[in-house]
Design a protein around this ligand. Structure first.
Ligand code: URA
Length: 230
């Protein structure tokens, strides 16, 4: 990792502040003053700032309960972003979001600074099932259970959807579990059977269940146990 990135991750300083610190000759790497921000730092290097060894930055792995009205991109001209809900130390680092949700969808997002981990858990080989609680405008036709299990055709898609599990809880409320993530997939699946999704909430990705104690907009670190199970 580049020295400037390493320092920003490990100290919480902004990139601008890191530049200043390097310019002031305040950083030593393996005993030598370094001003080159692009210097590659490896695990064995000793980086010192203000007489203290700066430890290698730890990756962050979080679950967040997404509120409505927030977008999962890093920059949006009209809506607040998920990054704005996180503390500044996390905002400064690079955010990766597993399985983005629409602006009006609520619920479980997995967020990490570890791009490789994200790639692993979102790769098609991993097929982490994602569970959604759906509220619809019209009563849910029980025939949809078989249709979704077989796979249905969505407007504009070449391939049928992968088998999905629909559990009807009440006339207008169901859980739908998917193993893929086509654009607006849940809404389009219900549109394909002539119904409309009014509310959509994700409560599960693979073995990770949204912590009920998290209010909308709150987040917490994933536990060792949760990380090991994914
Ligand atoms: N399917 C949708 O239609 N929207 C989401 O946000 C997630 C899945």
């Amino acid at each position: 990792m580049r020295l400037d990135k390493y320092l920003a991750h490990a100290t919480g300083l902004s990139r601008k502040e890191v530049k200043r610190v390097l310019h002031r000759k305040a950083i030593k790497v393996n005993g030598t003053i370094v001003r080159d921000a692009s210097l590659k730092i490896v695990a064995a290097d000793e980086v010192i700032f203000q007489e203290q060894v700066i430890s290698a930055p730890q990756h962050r792995y979080l679950m967040l309960n997404k509120p409505q009205g927030y977008v999962c991109s890093n920059d949006d001209p009209t809506h607040p972003t998920i990054a704005g809900l996180l503390d500044t130390e996390i905002r400064a680092s690079e955010l990766n979001i597993a399985g983005r949700l629409d602006v009006d969808t609520t619920g479980l997002l997995l967020i990490t600074t570890d791009g490789q981990w994200l790639h692993k858990i979102t790769s098609p080989n991993h097929k982490q099932p994602k569970r959604y609680l759906v509220e619809t405008a019209d009563p849910i036709d029980p025939a949809a259970i078989k249709l979704f299990a077989k796979g249905i055709e969505l407007k504009g898609e070449k391939h049928f959807t992968k088998p999905a599990v629909l559990e009807i809880i009440e006339t207008h409320i169901a859980y739908l579990t998917l193993t893929e993530g086509k654009y607006h997939q849940v809404k389009r699946m219900f549109a394909a059977i002539g119904n409309k999704v009014l509310e959509l909430h994700r409560d599960r990705i693979g073995s990770i269940v949204l912590d009920e104690s998290l209010a909308l907009g709150e987040y917490r670190a994933l536990t060792e146990d949760e990380l090991a199970k994914l």
